[in-house]
Design a protein around this ligand. Structure first.
Ligand SMILES: Nc1ncnc2c1ncn2[C@@H]1O[C@H](COP(=O)(O)OP(=O)(O)OP(=O)(O)O)[C@@H](O)[C@H]1O
Ligand SMILES: [Mg+2]
Length: 142
């Protein structure tokens, strides 16, 4: 078991900067379940991660709430899911979720991964976001 890492950020920019650095060191095939309340910084983190992966126009990374998934192209593609509005895991199965999160050449981030239940592969890592106050967040990576 990897020791959980805990980071405190004091602004969205700090979360982006941290995620960018984190993204630069990632191995393809990684899957991250992003958990935590609305507005805690999950999408902001993905934006930084996209920068770190060298995604073009990573400033356009936004919540895929209404489409379930975005694909961002880079040398290592980034699959960004948001399960907030998911009614059943069948919807994920229908878009080939299992194939995406098991793609050894890509990185996957899943917001509200709790709703994807047993479709989350066992090798997934969990990143938990906690709101401390309006601008401070605790990010725990396990
Ligand atoms: N330290 C911080 N880290 C990240 N975001 C912050 C921070 N401080 C303030 N914010 C603000 O909090 C909001 C976080 O929004 P974001 O869309 O990233 O949350 P989310 O966890 O993806 O929410 P949702 O569950 O609705 O998808 C943004 O408006 C951002 O500017
Ligand atoms: Mg979000």
């Amino acid at each position: 078991m990897r020791k959980p890492a805990e980071i405190l950020t004091a602004s969205a920019e700090e979360t982006i900067a941290f995620a960018k650095h984190f993204g630069q060191g990632l191995k393809p095939g990684s899957v991250f379940c992003l958990e935590g309340p609305l507005g805690s910084g999950k999408t902001t983190f993905v934006k930084g991660l996209a920068q770190g992966l060298g995604v073009d126009h990573s400033e356009q990374v936004k919540s895929p709430t209404f489409v379930l998934m975005h694909v961002y192209k880079s040398k290592t593609p980034l699959y960004h899911f948001d399960c907030y509005r998911l009614d059943s895991t069948e919807e994920l199965e229908n878009i080939g979720f299992g194939d995406f999160v098991n793609d050894p050449k890509a990185i996957s981030c899943v917001e509200w991964a709790e709703k994807a239940k047993d479709l989350i592969p066992p090798h997934a890592r969990h990143i938990h976001f906690e709101i401390l106050d309006t601008t401070r967040r605790r990010i725990i990576i396990s």
